[in-house]
Each structure stands twice: as structure tokens, then as C-alpha cells.
Design a protein around this ligand. Structure first.
Ligand code: KG4
Ligand code: ZN
Length: 343
């Protein structure tokens, strides 16, 4: 049983072939990230055009790598939302065309929920209940799963996502495009843990009893502190120790909040597993802190780094566990598809 999975919700054009629901046969990701660099964020029109150029070669590459042809595919899975309308449409229309030509079923997939399912690549075993934290550039969402069919949204960000907080902070520190990975690298250079720590950032909503998050105030706090310590001069990365100290504290502030809420949800759910997913799941400090705070009996899972960021493997595996075929002619992109599911 082969699934051809297609993903194009943001700036990655991705295709994958999945065998028997969870075995990754091939995965290809083409990214237009570098084309958006000078604008400081994804330019929807540029992303959509890049998808148009990349979609057919990406699908062909995934099939070639799997040594398959289109008629060997049993099912097509495609992200239909949430995401950028122009980007989503390219993947959805390509998938629909393949479905019509081959007569094979097509399964629409929710991109954010699919992120969770990268954790099941190559493995079948899941011990429920599970608490899943999806932390990406666009989303910070916490879920409880009692089975594959029963998935409950517990809370999410009320403003910026965790990845966005990393990205905006990186820019304040003078890392033009590095985002989370740049903060992680700079934080590693901070060694002077015993010194008086002059920068203390807030941990927004850490004591709030809901499972909601808020990261937009953090950016303001970082800018204020940064200006204080750099005498209001243009941020530069010249002062390595100061930058490292800020990066360390930013990473601690964001991960403290994520860990506190995920662990509280896991305790309440008596979870046997905590699953991390999304781009920020690549953060080593987040993984380590979560591992150190695991409730008794709970196991931590996270995807390999290439599967944390957007990919089509997630889409194919999600389709296996939770997908349902849709009518190919009425299937359409849904940019504001809800992630606040109670199923
Ligand atoms: O899941 P993703 O590829 O895109 C969305 O669907 O939004 O996540 C990208 C986000 C960016 O904000 C990036 O800064 C963040 O993931 N990220 C990280 C790390 N690697 C990627 N954040 C913190 N630490 C990392 N190592
Ligand atoms: Zn994503």
C-alpha cells in the first residue's frame, strides 16, 4: 500500500512516498526560504510562484527515489490547510489532478495536526494517552490524544507562535535570518553561568491555569533590555558574550513556558507519552528540559531534525491514521482550517 503525500502550505514544496502507513520510502523537500530572506518573512506571492515551479519536479523526484511510477500509488494525501491560499492551491490542484488521472482516492490533511504524526515514522507503537506539543513558526498548540480517533485541543498561542518569538528575537540580536537555530547556536557560547545575570526576561502566562501561550510581549521586553545594554545603538553581533547571554535567556524564557505547560498537561492527562513536533521541536534545550521534567512513567518522543520542519512524511502518515477520502471534485484549499479540534 503506497501513499503519495504532498505538502505546500507555506514555503516548502514537499512530496513523500509512504509504504504501509508509516514506512518512509522517499521524502523530498524544496524550499523557497532563501527567496524571502531580504523581506524578513514569507512573501505569499513569491512562495506560490516557487511552488508552481517546484511541485512537478518534487513529486517526480519522490516517485523516482521510491522507484515507483504514478500508477503504483494507491492513495494521494495532500495538505488542504491551514496555510497560505496561493501556496496551498498549488499542492491541492496537483494532488487532485493526479487523483483524477489515476482514479485513486485523495485524502485531505490538516497540516498542523499532521506535524504530530512525523513521530510515528517507521514505528507503529503508541501508548495512549498522549500529550502533543506542536511548536512551529506559525503555531504553538497543545493536544491530548486518547486514541488516534480522539484528539482534543487543549490550548494554543493567543498571539505570536514560539517559532515566531525565536525569529523576532534573533532579528533584535542582529541575526538577520537565522531564527531559532541562530539563537540556539549563540546560546551555546554562553558559559558564564555563575556571574550575576543582568538580563531577566518574563515567562509569559507560565502560571496561568489555561493551556494558552503568549509570546508577543517577550519581543518588547527583549528590545527594551537589549537597548539598555547596548546604549541604544544598532544591534550588532560584535559583542559575543552579551549576544550569547541574551540568546541564552531568550531560549530559557521560551522553553520554560513550553515545558511548564506541556508537563502540566501530561500530569493531568496521566500521559504515557509526550510528543514534540514542528520546527521548534529541533531545539536541543527544549528537548533536554522536557526530558528532565518528564512525569513518572511518561516517555518523550520527537522527530529527527529534518522531519521537525515542514515535510510531506507527516502528511502521508497522518492520512494513514486519521485521514478519510474526500470527493476529488469538491476538495479545495482551506487557508483558515481550524486546529482547535475536539474529536
Ligand atoms: O514547522 P516549521 O518549519 O514552519 C512552520 O510550519 O511554521 O518551523 C519553523 C520555525 C522557525 O520559527 C524556526 O526559527 C524554528 O522553527 N526553529 C527553531 C529551531 N529550528 C527551527 N527554533 C528553535 N530552535 C531550533 N533549533
Ligand atoms: Zn508546519
Amino acid at each position: 500500500m503506497y501513499t503519495l503525500a504532498i505538502e505546500s502550505s507555506a514555503d516548502e514544496t514537499a512530496a513523500a512516498v509512504i509504504r504501509d502507513g508509516v514506512q518512509v520510502v522517499s521524502t523530498v523537500v524544496a524550499s523557497s526560504t532563501s527567496m524571502h530572506r531580504k523581506f524578513g518573512g514569507i512573501v505569499p506571492e513569491v512562495a506560490a510562484r516557487a511552488h508552481l515551479t517546484a511541485i512537478i519536479p518534487t513529486i517526480e523526484q519522490a516517485l523516482d527515489d521510491a522507484r515507483l511510477q504514478i500508477h503504483n500509488i494507491d492513495r494521494i494525501a495532500v495538505t488542504h490547510g491551514p496555510g497560505l491560499i496561493g501556496s496551498l492551491l498549488v499542492g491541492v490542484e496537483a494532488a487532485k489532478t493526479i487523483a483524477v488521472v489515476t482514479g485513486k482516492p485523495i485524502v485531505p490533511v490538516n497540516h498542523v495536526l499532521a506535524h504530530i504524526y512525523t513521530n510515528f515514522a517507521g514505528r507503529q507503537r503508541v501508548d495512549f494517552p498522549v500529550v502533543a506539543l506542536v511548536v512551529s513558526g506559525g503555531h504553538t498548540e497543545l493536544y491530548r490524544m486518547d486514541s488516534h480517533a480522539r484528539l482534543t485541543w487543549l490550548g494554543g498561542t493567543i498571539d505570536d507562535a514560539a517559532g515566531e518569538a525565536f525569529d523576532k528575537s534573533a532579528r533584535v540580536l542582529g541575526f538577520a535570518n537565522g531564527g531559532g537555530p541562530a539563537i540556539q547556536e549563540a546560546a551555546k557560547q554562553f558559559t558564564n553561568h555563575n556571574s550575576q545575570f543582568p538580563v531577566k526576561l518574563p515567562r509569559p502566562m507560565i502560571h496561568d491555569e489555561t493551556y494558552n501561550f503568549s509570546f508577543s510581549g517577550l519581543k518588547t521586553a527583549i528590545m527594551r533590555e537589549w537597548k539598555k545594554h547596548t546604549n541604544d545603538q544598532t544591534p550588532t553581533t560584535d559583542n559575543k558574550q552579551l549576544t550569547a547571554m541574551f540568546a541564552h535567556e531568550i531560549q530559557e524564557a521560551i522553553t520554560d513556558v513550553l515545558v511548564a505547560k506541556a508537563v502540566r498537561a501530561a500530569v493531568q492527562a496521566e500521559a504515557k507519552m509526550i510528543l514534540l513536533a514542528g520546527g521548534v521541536a529541533a531545539n536541543i534545550r527544549l528537548r533536554d528540559k522536557l526530558r528532565a521534567s518528564l512525569p513518572q512513567g511518561a516517555e518523550l518522543m520527537y522527530p529527527p531534525v529534518p522531519l521537525c520542519t515542514d515535510n510531506a512524511v507527516a502528511i502521508g502518515i497522518y492520512a494513514h491514521y486519521r485521514g478519510a477520502p474526500a470527493d476529488v471534485y469538491s476538495l479545495t484549499a482551506v487557508p483558515d482550517l481550524s486546529v482547535e479540534v475536539q474529536e
